[in-house]
Design a protein around this ligand. Sequence first.
Ligand code: SF4
Ligand code: SF4
Ligand code: SF4
Length: 290
Amino acid sequence: MFIAVEGIRKYRYPLIIASIFVIIGLFMWYVRDVRYFLLFFSIGVTDGFVRSLVQNYPKLKQPLRISLMVAIGGGLFFGLSIVSRVNFQFSQIFFDAYEMVVTGALIQLMVARVILPLFAGSAFCSRVCWDGAFFELTNSKVVSKRKPVKRNEYVAWGYLFLVIITAFIVAYNVHVSKDETIRLYWIIGENLYIIIVGTVLTHFFGSRGYCRLICPFLTISGLFSRFSLIKIKPDNSKECINCNKCNKACPMLIDVKECVTNNMAVKSNTCILCERCVSSCPKDILSLRG
Ligand code: SF4
Ligand code: SF4
Ligand code: SF4
């Protein structure tokens, strides 16, 4: 009995996160179909399994997280976007609106950008996003030769507005022309555009340029992630040796050390819960918890 209670305590966060995904999956099965349950179930169980593994092998945390992200993100992009032609990007919501249907794009927006951030912040960005997987591998440790540019909320919201207007116009033209091939070109083109713009922004303005500065999805989830049940929090802040490793590790250029100094959780709307700061701290001061 004691061992069982200890086991539940030790693995409570993997269990909580896996359960959230399974509950969302059951809900999606009820409102849509079993494919959505399988999608959320597999993300939740895989993430829970990796988190449990990491409890015993903390040094494997980042390689395991990134491998999981590449596998899930890559699978979603090729399996659902390319083969099934379900576009999860923002623009698809407008394509669907003209057809009067609800598909993965709106569901993704509501689940990953509104509901999930209330429980697990913008963890979608460090666990599932396929463009994010590319940025993890290529854009996350890039230090620009120039001084990194800080996020400007007016620019981020202005970009979101621009994306909505563009998608609205293109979706109208697709609807009128009834040319289905445009959808596939749009899916591939939009993701290529994100990767190219992201890499250019990172080169000039510092690590994870697209995610950090303009991504419309993060702009929306950032509204809710500040209320997240789990966050990056410091323990024993007095043990901090001011080595600055947490700040150097953060791809979103958040001042984690200042949060530690003030004994506060990281509340930045751009934190993607990647836990690179956690892995980098030599004093084990930081953790992801409720
Ligand atoms: S910020 Fe945008 S592009 Fe970056 S990981 Fe999140 S959803 Fe993907
Ligand atoms: S604060 Fe930590 S968890 Fe958040 S983005 Fe930066 S490194 Fe990742
Ligand atoms: S990495 Fe740890 S010890 Fe170093 S500054 Fe950050 S919180 Fe302090």
